[in-house]
Design a protein around this ligand. Structure first.
Ligand SMILES: *Cc1c(COP(=O)(O)O)cnc(C)c1O
Length: 359
């Protein structure tokens, strides 16, 4: 069976080179005589893996030394609660509502304090990133929360809000490592691995040291950043195998030239599809041009039956998982770092052909 072009929003495509290494090492990692799956997380081998994985991520994102890198479980969704549980000290935070993931984060935060929603694009099914007026920001907020890339709708912030002394917290699940970010602009960044870093099961948290504090004593031990920071993410058994594969993805990305090189590829790759959508008289992009995501590209024909026909025929030709999220409809092509440019070019060729045959 030939590999397909997988446009899944997550879990999503991984670099073939990485999968080949995983295959080669599955029975015997580096002459250890065992699989990484079978190793103690207290072994020198796994210590080497997690140390190297953290170092490579620090290199890739130029993470300053006053930030901790944590490898946690529970997905990005657990961070919706861990962030307010640990950071709501005065009991107030600013949030921007740019979609379903922001809304879930907001409803968790409300359990722990006052949530101020500064802006929302919900009235237009989140097709744009709302303008933010710094005059409305709460100077006394514990943090300011955004979702840098909105996986379901295909929008992204192209400019970060200037929150002054209020720490900026970002859910970067679907665009971490896809473009260059200045980590020092953030108090905390989190991302589930299964979009742009590796398999599901590990969530990366990058947190500025001064935000790693004693949490309220009622906060469960495993939900305290401090516990994980003090124990190098090994207070309990970490998701060892997922961390190992993320490490291989980081190595792959470094070899490619790091995040700046990846960003250039991503911009060119996304442009191929956006240019066609702007040209086509059948397919249309659904979001404001200024806020277009480099990772998730939703589009529609305007006719539900034609959308369904397209998705079906595309799948038959090996372009899979193009169905849009149920809340948006239509199609969505997720073109994360590991989606090769050839995959997008081939998709566009197929779309042109489909457009011609179904005029
Ligand atoms: C996928 C996704 C999530 C949810 O991640 P889980 O790991 O399933 O909890 C949260 N936020 C964004 C932006 C996502 O894309």
């Amino acid at each position: 069976m030939k590999r397909v072009y997988n446009f899944s929003a997550g879990p999503s495509v991984l670099p073939v080179e990485v999968l080949e290494t995983v295959r080669d090492e599955v029975l015997n990692w580096h002459d250890s005589g065992m699989s990484v799956m079978e190793m103690s997380h207290r072994s020198k081998w796994f210590d080497e893996i997690i140390t190297r994985t953290e170092e490579d991520l620090r290199d890739l994102m130029a993470i300053p030394s006053n930030y901790k890198v944590l490898f946690l479980q529970g997905g990005a969704t657990t961070q919706f609660s861990m962030v307010p549980m640990n950071l709501m000290r005065k009991g107030k935070a600013d949030y921007v509502n740019t979609g379903a993931w922001s809304k879930k984060a907001i409803s968790e935060a409300r359990k722990f304090g006052k949530v101020n929603i500064l802006a929302s694009s919900e009235e237009s099914t989140f097709t744009y990133i709302p303008e933010l007026d710094p005059k409305t920001f709460s100077a006394d907020a514990d943090y300011f929360y955004i979702t840098t890339n909105n996986t379901i709708y295909g929008t992204r912030y192209t400019k970060l809000p200037d929150t002054g002394n209020v720490p900026l917290v970002a859910d970067m699940s679907s665009n971490i490592l896809s473009e260059v970010y200045d980590v020092s602009k953030f108090g905390l960044i989190f991302a589930g691995a299964q979009k742009n870093m590796g398999p599901a099961g590990v969530t990366v948290v990058i947190i500025r040291e001064d935000l790693v504090n004693d949490a309220h004593p009622e906060v469960p031990t495993l939900l305290q950043y401090k516990i994980h920071a003090e124990n190098r993410s090994m207070y309990n058994t970490p998701p060892c195998y997922a961390i190992y594969i993320c490490g291989l993805v980081f190595k792959w990305l470094k070899k490619l030239g790091g995040v700046p090189a990846m960003q250039k590829i991503n911009e060119e790759k996304a442009k191929i599809l956006y240019d066609y959508l702007d040209d086509s008289s059948m397919f249309k992009g659904t979001v404001a041009k200024k806020d277009r995501s480099l990772m998730n590209i939703p589009f529609v024909t305007g006719d539900k039956d034609l959308d369904a026909k397209f998705i079906k025929e595309a799948a038959e030709r090996g372009f899979v998982n193009l169905k849009g999220h149920r809340s948006v409809g239509g199609m969505r092509a997720s073109i994360y770092n590991a989606m090769p440019t050839e995959g997008v070019k081939a998709l566009v060729e197929f779309m042109k052909d489909f457009e011609m045959k179904n005029k």
